[in-house]
Design a protein around this ligand. Structure first.
Ligand code: GLN
Length: 447
């Protein structure tokens, strides 16, 4: 049914960069065999999933949305994907995304934009636009995306689906093509909160292949999901309801807050005073790390290589020039500048100090509240082409998401209403480090 849906809808949505029908049908047949033998079935038996094309699967393409990886086939499988497959999920294919996950609209993919299933002239959000759109259009039951500064939560909000940003370290990054290693996280997109809890439970956990993955045990994320919000303290930060927030988004979010109050939660106004420094801090740290991570794409080891170069250095330069798109080049230059001798203290070191202050804002708030409620994005999905020529206005679309990324805390986006034009609006629920269960419980109350 999902392949049928891909055939009928994906020519206009363009969520998939590749599908692997035979491989998927083989996986499905193995599940059928188990069922026929009366063997116990794993938790995701037969569930069709899609995977953002920044995650590797042995033998399959991994483009990261970039020309520089054209033709590259991965030699091993990302842990999050192996865990899905071990749980019986069936991988349908690889999903479109912004090049190296850099973007907020999916317009930076070298393979063309993704269209929002709710309005084809609109962006699906980014960078995991294909992952969000595939679930919204019924072209997968669950998908994996990645979130470095909002790339799961913001497209989930634009496409009207659930998207989880797990705590940093909760899900192994082994097999994820790195953008900004101290910020990158992998998480699920699904149509319901309960499904999101199930998929998170499968992909979370320690992995000896990723030294930053946490040894903490993985709880049963569905156990407390129906407990409701009675007696919980939910914080509403004034900084997230200021200038730039579209009135329709504000009223949908406020309506959800009212519903949570009516369900027995205590709503507390709070302040996260360093919020206004988050965008510049994020764009210094993310670009600095990206400039280092992307140094490996030299035309020798992976994918695309420029032809007919006279010298080795010309081959490097021409491969990188032809292989990377404009946004990736912009970030390599910004990041290289921020890390260079003479500027390091003024930019990178300062950004790390502000990152600590932003984290402390959250740690302090979480002594008073159990979770924090904000809009996921200041506007519903914008039109394709509307912001492409204005990177700064594109960066501002991340204003409510980059803070949790910098602080390492968890969060999710859950649909909370629609604009007059019928475009989905998302509510962001932020939780303490490793308290995903709390955010799921609050989200479930609204479903
Ligand atoms: N939009 C942000 C950026 O362009 C976040 C991207 C992401 O989370 N991968 O960096």
């Amino acid at each position: 049914a999902c392949f049928h849906q891909i055939e009928t809808r994906d020519s206009e949505i363009h969520a998939y960069l590749s599908t692997n029908r035979e491989r998927a049908l083989e996986q499905a047949a193995r599940i059928d065999d188990l069922a026929a033998k009366g063997e116990p079935l794993p938790i995701l038996a037969g569930v069709p999933v899609g995977v953002k094309d920044v995650l590797t699967i042995e033998g399959l393409q991994a483009t990261a949305g970039s020309r520089i990886l054209e033709g590259y086939r991965a030699p091993y499988t990302a842990t999050a994907v192996s865990k899905l497959e071990a749980a019986g999920a069936i991988v349908l294919g690889k999903l479109n995304c912004d090049e190296f996950a850099m973007g907020s609209s999916n317009e930076n993919s070298a393979y063309g934009p993704v269209h929002n299933p709710h309005a084809l002239d609109r962006v699906p959000g980014g960078s995991s636009g294909g992952s969000a759109a595939a679930v919204a259009a019924g072209m997968a039951v669950a998908t994996l995306g990645t979130d470095t500064g909002g790339s799961i939560r913001q497209p989930a909000s634009f496409c009207g689906v659930v998207g989880i940003l797990p705590t940093y370290g909760r899900v192994s990054r082994y097999g994820l093509i790195a953008f900004a290693s101290s910020l990158d996280r992998i998480g699920p997109f699904t149509a319901s909160v309960r499904d999101a809890a199930t998929v998170l439970g499968v992909i979370a956990g320690h992995d000896p292949h990723d030294a930053t993955s946490s040894p903490l045990p993985v709880p049963d994320y569905s156990a407390d999901i129906d407990k409701g919000v009675k007696g919980l303290r939910l914080g509403v930060p004034s900084e997230y309801f200021a200038e730039g927030l579209e009135p329709e988004v504000r009223s949908a979010v406020e309506h959800s807050i009212d519903r949570l109050r009516a369900a027995g939660a205590t709503i507390k106004p709070i302040s996260l005073p360093h919020t206004r420094y988050a965008i510049p801090t994020y764009y210094i740290i993310a670009t600095a790390e990206a400039s280092a991570n992307l140094a490996r794409f030299d035309g020798v080891r992976y994918g695309f290589r420029a032809k007919n170069s006279d010298t080795l250095s010309a081959m490097y330069r021409r491969s990188r020039d032809g292989g990377f798109g404009a946004e990736v080049k912009r970030r390599i230059m910004l990041g290289t500048y921020a890390l260079s001798a003479g500027y390091y203290d003024a930019y990178y070191k300062k950004a790390q100090q502000v990152r600590r202050l932003l984290t402390e804002d959250f740690l302090k708030a979480f002594t008073e509240v159990d979770a924090i409620l904000t809009p996921t994005a200041p506007t519903p999905a914008f039109k394709i082409g509307e912001k492409v020529d204005d990177p700064v206005s594109m960066y501002l679309a991340d204003i409510y998401t980059v803070t949790a990324s910098l602080a390492g805390i968890c969060g999710l986006s859950v649909p909370c209403g629609k604009s007059q034009e019928g475009l989905p609006i998302g509510l962001q629920i932020l939780g303490k480090h490793f308290d995903e269960a709390m955010t799921l419980r609050v989200a479930q109350t609204l479903e």
